[in-house]
Design a protein around this ligand. Sequence first.
Ligand SMILES: *Cc1c(COP(=O)(O)O)cnc(C)c1O
Length: 545
Amino acid sequence: MSALIKAIARPEILALCPYQARGGAVAGAVLLDANENPWAPPGAKGAWNRYPEQQAKALVARIAALYSVDIDQLLLTRGADEAIDLLFRATCRAGKDAALITPPTFGLYAVAAKIQGAGLIEIELGQDFSIDPKAIIAAAKAAPVKLIFLCSPNNPTGTLIAQDDIIRIARACVDQLVVIDEAYIEFSGTAGLTCELAALPNLVILKTLSKAYGLAGARLGSLIANTPVIDLVRRVLPPYPLPAPVIAEVQSALAPVNMPIIQTRIAQIITERSRVFEALKAAMGVQKIWPSAANFLLVQLRSNADVLARLKANSIHVRDFSALGEGMVRISIGAPEENDLLLAAFQAGAAQTTSPRRATISRQTKETQISASLDLETTEPVRIDTGIGFFDHMLEQVARHGGFSLILMAKGDLHIDEHHTVEDCAIVLGQALARALGDRAGIGRYGFVLPMDEAQARIAIDLSGRPALRFEAQIAEAGAGGLGGQMVRHVFETLSQHLGAAIHIEASGQNTHHVIEAIFKGFGRALRPALAREGDHIPSSKGVL
Ligand SMILES: *Cc1c(COP(=O)(O)O)cnc(C)c1O
């Protein structure tokens, strides 16, 4: 056993024989070893009558890849919260050992210490919320400290800790576990410290899917460390910590087709954080505001400001941190429209009157998995990956010429042919456009003629809500670039149905590639003014579309 494990482990944990969890259901075997029921309840979406694996292998592999660590450096837990608790159980003897924390910081460290009966050494952050590595090292060496918690970016201050400081502490405190809580690292623009694991045997990194990945309700965290530390913590891990439905849902939420949308949302939160920061900095009711590397801002309100009353009147919840000083609150960065409401309560920045026209759609069938995110208010990013290069190019033309942002990721049964993938992408694009258009207030009906070399396409669109297609184009059966000739008509047929639009297309030309491209580009061009909002009226004598 390594000197580190000897120094940190509770001897009684090393001595115990851990509970032997059953290793997961084996296909084809007759399972009479865990007193399970042979039948799942009616309607169950999986074999929930069986105990799950203690560490679902496929999910471990997916999350290890997400964080760029080895599978034996990772333990999946019920939220990072459980990882904190497990660390205390594995290392701190009640009444004897202690943890070091740097207040103000995440409140659960102190609570978990008290539950375990461990002592607490507190080394306060400085005026600017930075840590004092020298004081931390000295304090850790002067007391029976087993765990040093460093939260980066820190909750509730938003401060990122310099990596050099963390490395210095980890090198000096060789008989302690240095636990870096990276719950918010994805919002910081830095990669975090997983790359230092090999060099620092006592480093522990906590991650969570709750914040950047939008999965707080699923309760999935990770404890990342070198294998000896993982093996120690595994001794106190409950036999079946992760529910089977959670394993399945998280696996599908983290499907690679979803990643570009998740990354775009993280970027959007970072952009919104700057916007809210600047607006609040200038707001009357704000005494002080701190820059943040996380998805929240720590703000001190002026004592005479009635901001709190206005927030309350508008049912806007912010977290009270008056324990840190009068008027201190922590404000999470929400969706742009939520942030607008917040700023309105601060009377900072005009309230937005037009609702955002965005839609995100995730569609999974046996034939295709598709994720799409569409935003009519902006033109970037446009990222398409359907597995059919030519079709990607065509959809990109629609978004670029239509003047909207579109991320569309599809993984389909292309080993059969392109039919399902192309059709389902058209369904999702049509639905996303229809959803983003909402009540269709202020939109129009348009047409466009697009010449392309010797080819020409004439497109007319009426976003009427009623599907209809007129398609008069001679397109060779072979099509172009893996997109069959018949599929072109089928795309627009599907789009007209799911978008709710009359689409008229006439096209001619010698070169099939040109004809198809002219149709898609012309469609985008005709969409652009049709999607543009020209006031709030609904362009129909009936008053609804
Ligand atoms: C939210 C948060 C966590 C907890 O994450 P879960 O995975 O939801 O348990 C851990 N650490 C910090 C600093 C947090 O703010």
